[in-house]
Design a protein around this ligand. Structure first.
Ligand SMILES: *Cc1c(COP(=O)(O)O)cnc(C)c1O
Length: 505
């Protein structure tokens, strides 16, 4: 970005800002003491504080401290965040404002159902809308994030098989391009993870899938469009094959943004799905969280959903706990309600035009891909000639071999140009990867800025790689130690793996 320079504060901790002789509060202590005495009279002496170690700053110092901290940070309110897989779209302020209504934001989870009928109606309606969007019978917001949905889904699949007398099904099939949370969730639920590779078009390799399927198959966890941004062209065949051996299909909904309103996981043959409300449905995430998930199910799997589910008996909304086959609770109370309300408002605002989200996200993605993929040093590893959905993955391996500038250096150089780095070095099947997701909320001007930044950086890499290596210089913190160094054995196998992959060691 022209003229981008982040404020270069090295703001200390608030305790370090504070010289302890100062007092910033305007409290009249005698009066306060009197007041406190009246209020705390009944508190036994041994539980009363004698002192409180809080920083003693004046109001203006507090304001400056937090303003400086906010300037050391970068978020979607400051510029594009093309973080692939994360769908970092703009969070409309109207949703923020309405959801911060005290009756929502401060509602205590132990309030009587009768006193939160409005809020329960919002959740109930959201469950219905989400069910319609994914083409399933029921959804619940019990799960506080996507990964929690995966874990819940894996447990549901496990319990379903156990109840059907097929508890021996202990293998979960997962593509090698999958988000790390998929195998982690499956393993946590007690499954053995069986990997299947992608074919050159970027689809799940059908032959490899057939070979992996068997009597012990519990199911498959898939995201579609997949992490390469490519729609699984043979999804119906995949569903048929998996079902053929008695397995179930889990849908990782993190990438729904590219198809929302057009295709429904339920119609593709999936039995269980999670949605990331903080991705597709604009609840903030990252530093702006907390996020929220939803878990949805179809047919017999509905009985296994986590409790409580918000239900309606024709007269009143209530929390349904009486679900005998349920896997039980996944989180406290009924999930992260405030972000769910934001998603409710987002869907309410868009209505059936929600499909335009997918249209513009796909258009934006392919626009940037068309301009970035021909740049020198840039390669596509999978899916040549195919349209992407919500995101694309490019490889800087060629650039790295020719100039010594790899994916990480390019990402750091983007920071200097006022753009948040995309997801890098993921998926693991693409060397020196950048996974770019621009979402539908960036204008053409912003997309062009991203393209220009990429062009400038790769050209600079060929002309003067040392210069690229100096980035980032315009951020408050410069080039951090990237932990590639002298790691003790077993401490960080992931970093070791990446390093070895990169150097070919
Ligand atoms: C983000 C993501 C997840 C995990 O979701 P969380 O809400 O972060 O727990 C799973 N799969 C994919 C493809 C993702 O992008």
């Amino acid at each position: 970005m022209k003229g981008f320079r982040q404020a270069r504060w090295e703001e200390p901790l608030i305790y370090e800002v504070s010289p302890d002789t100062k007092e910033g509060t305007l409290i009249d202590y005698e009066e306060f003491e009197d007041y406190a005495k009246r209020l705390l009279l009944k508190l036994p002496d041994n539980v009363r504080r004698r002192s409180l170690d809080i920083p003693s700053l004046s109001e203006v110092e507090v304001v400056r401290h937090y303003t400086k901290l906010s300037q050391m940070s970068y978020g979607v309110d400051l510029g594009p965040v093309p973080l692939g897989s994360c769908t970092m779209k703009y969070n409309p302020k109207i949703c923020e404002e309405l959801a911060s209504d005290r009756r929502i934001a401060e509602a205590h989870p132990y309030l009587d159902e009768d006193d939160v009928q409005g809020l329960l109606e919002i959740i109930y309606t959201l469950q219905k809308w989400l069910s319609e969007i994914v083409g399933m019978d029921a959804c619940s917001i019990q799960t506080p994030a996507g990964a929690a949905g995966e874990f819940a889904g894996a447990l549901m699949i496990k319990k379903f098989h156990a109840d059907s007398g097929e508890g021996y099904r202990d293998e979960m099939i997962i593509p090698d391009s999958a988000h790390g949370s998929n195998p982690a969730s499956a393993a946590m639920a007690g499954f053995k993870v069986v990997k299947v590779p992608a074919d050159p078009r970027g689809n799940t390799d059908l032959e490899a899938l057939r070979a992996a399927l068997g009597r012990r198959t519990a199911g498959i966890m898939l995201t579609n469009p997949n992490t390469l941004g490519l729609f699984e062209e043979q999804i119906l065949d995949i569903a048929k094959e998996v079902r053929g051996v008695g397995g179930l299909l889990y849908y990782d909904g993190a990438n729904l943004n590219g198809i929302i309103g057009y295709v429904r996981p339920g119609d593709m043959g999936f039995d269980v799905a999670h949605l990331n409300l903080h991705k597709t449905f604009t609840a903030p995430h990252g530093g702006g969280g907390p996020g929220a998930g939803a878990i949805c199910a179809k047919g017999a799997l509905v009985d296994y959903m986590p409790i409580p589910i918000v239900d309606y008996d024709g007269r009143k909304y209530y929390l349904k706990y009486d679900v005998p086959k349920s896997i039980g609770r996944i989180s406290w109370f009924y999930g992260n309600v405030v972000p769910a309300v934001k998603s409710f408002l987002y869907i309410a605002a868009l209505g059936s035009s929600i499909k335009e989200v997918a249209e513009v996200a796909v258009l934006n993605t392919n626009y940037v891909l068309k301009k970035v993929s021909p740049l020198p040093g840039v390669d596509l590893v999978y899916g040549h000639g195919r349209w992407r959905k919500h995101e694309f993955v490019v490889s800087f391996e060629k650039l790295y071999k020719e100039t010594g500038i790899g994916a990480e250096d390019v990402a750091k150089a983007l920071l200097d140009r006022g753009i948040h780095a995309p997801t890098i070095l993921f998926p693991l099947i693409v060397p020196e990867a950048h996974m770019v997701e621009v979402t539908e909320t960036e204008s053409k001007e912003n997309l062009d800025r991203l393209v220009d930044a990429y062009r400038e950086i790769v050209n600079l890499a060929y002309a003067n790689p040392e210069e690229v290596k100096k980035s980032p210089r315009n951020t408050s913190v410069g080039r951090l130690d990237t932990v590639y160094g002298n790691l003790p054995k077993n401490v960080a196998p992931a970093y070791r793996f990446l390093k070895e992959k990169r150097t070919g060691a």
